[in-house]
Design a protein around this ligand. Structure first.
Ligand code: DSN
Length: 436
């Protein structure tokens, strides 16, 4: 990696300086954004591989009578021997990692990220104006689950469901909405939901309504595939995920579905939505899928949850208000406007800036009732990245202490600077070695 850095320094010192600065930032601050992580060296090398030079529109197979004919080349351009091999391998590994029975499912590894994956699913099964249900953004849902400013809300009739007063999914309300609106599809999954999801119950609701169930597990995929959370299959008809969050792969998206839905999904991804897949990313995905099948990864996933629970306990004991009152996964959502004991702040925007000065990198987040997304009342915290670094419960208590001090002392620049130095010192012990 030093060779790569010195090559970049010589080739383009201006860009090299910014890359170097970002490495230093990542090495000296704490990433508490629940959707961020650190990839392995192997994933990073695959991203920089010669596949980045290759176009590969199409698929490394043909659909014939509901089966993928894997030995047939379905690409539009020539020179695909290796792209075909790598995409077939990525598909095989995705099916092995994510599905109960690889023979009965299909995987499309081409979505460029989670948003295009979700849009492709809607494009495959809905016509403009058709109805689907999704979790409201200010209750932890994702933009692509039908928010009005997103193409999914602008092109389709999106009906939003919410959480109950305890910040839990309200399955009875979802059933009522499904009965009332007869959606073609129900999306479940979230970006700021700290509790487990009952996929079985949602599957029953979807079947009763004659709708497809799509589980967007981008945030929790690692917990589902290692048995720490319920698995969406066989209850869901389709699963979407990103591969760069808890999964620690490249920035990309993935769609898994019952095999009979495969031709429609493939058609929707290409040519429906995208052009050529990013084959360097597909290679990196294949590596990440294999890594996630390991015993180490299973232990990592369990530690993510233990770390989040420890952080939640420390923060709650000090007076922070937690949405849902607890966490069962990798994230916590703090209502910082309604926290006690000197921990209330005017808004998440302001607090996130103050925390960053202390080396605590987190994101502001809407909580129910917020009217201004730029000035929300919440802060979202997650443990996947710090757990990758090897941090455990003891470090989470220290992190909790820093968060408390940086909140009580948010107006005190000297205190923020002291915390920044302490964090940088701890990161010297934990920062990953794969940085260029
Ligand atoms: N931006 C992602 C997250 O942070 O959850 C979702 O797309």
């Amino acid at each position: 990696m030093e060779t790569i850095q010195s090559y970049l320094n010589q080739h383009d010192p201006e860009v090299a300086a910014v890359l170097d600065a970002e490495s230093i930032r990542q090495k000296s601050t704490l990433s508490l954004i629940p959707s961020e992580n650190y990839t392995s060296m192997a994933v990073r090398l695959a991203l920089a591989s010669s596949f980045t030079n290759k176009y590969a529109e199409g698929y490394p197979y043909f659909w014939e009578n509901g089966e993928r004919s894997m030995q047939k080349n379905g690409r539009y351009y020539r020179g695909q021997a290796n792209t075909n091999d790598i995409e077939r391998l990525a598909i095989e590994r995705a099916l092995k990692l994510f599905t109960p029975n690889p023979q009965a499912y299909h995987a499309n590894v081409q979505p460029l990220s989670g948003s295009p994956a979700n849009l492709a699913v809607l494009h495959a099964f809905l016509k403009p104006g058709d109805t689907f249900l999704g979790l409201s953004l200010d209750y932890g849902g994702h933009l692509t689950h039908g928010h009005r400013v997103n193409i999914t809300g602008a092109s389709y009739r999106a009906v939003s469901y919410r959480l109950n007063a305890d910040y839990e999914l309200d399955y009875d309300e979802i059933r009522e909405l499904a009965r009332l609106h007869s959606p073609k599809l129900i999306i479940c999954g979230a970006t700021a939901y700290p509790l487990q999801i009952d996929f079985q119950r949602l599957g029953e609701i979807a079947r009763e309504a004659g709708a497809l169930l799509v589980a967007d597990i981008a945030h929790i995929c690692g917990l589902c595939v290692t048995g720490h959370h319920p698995h969406p299959f066989p209850h869901a008809d389709l699963v979407t995920t990103t591969t760069h969050k808890m999964l620690r792969g490249p920035r990309a998206g993935l769609i898994l579905c019952k095999k009979e839905l495969g031709p429609a999904i493939d058609q929707a991804v290409f040519p429906g939505l995208q052009g050529g897949p990013h084959m360097n990313t597909v290679a990196a995905m294949a590596i990440a899928f294999r890594e996630a099948m390991s015993e180490d990864y299973k232990m990592y996933a369990g530690q993510i949850v233990r770390n989040a629970k420890t952080l939640a306990e420390v923060l709650q004991a000090e007076g922070f208000s937690l949405m849902g009152g607890r966490t069962e996964n990798h994230l916590l959502l703090l209502d910082i406007v309604h926290s006690d004991n000197g921990l209330a702040a005017k808004d998440g925007h302001w607090l996130s800036i103050r925390w960053e000065r202390a080396g605590l990198i987190a994101n502001k987040n809407a909580v129910p009732g917020d009217k201004k997304p730029w000035y929300p009342s919440g802060m979202r915290l997650g443990t996947p990245a710090v757990t990758t670094l090897g941090m455990k419960e003891v470090e989470m208590r220290q992190v909790g202490d820093w968060i408390v001090r940086a909140t009580r002392g948010a107006d005190n620049d000297a205190e923020l600077e002291r915390i920044r130095v302490e964090i940088a010192s701890m990161m010297e012990r934990f920062a990953p070695r794969q940085f260029v």
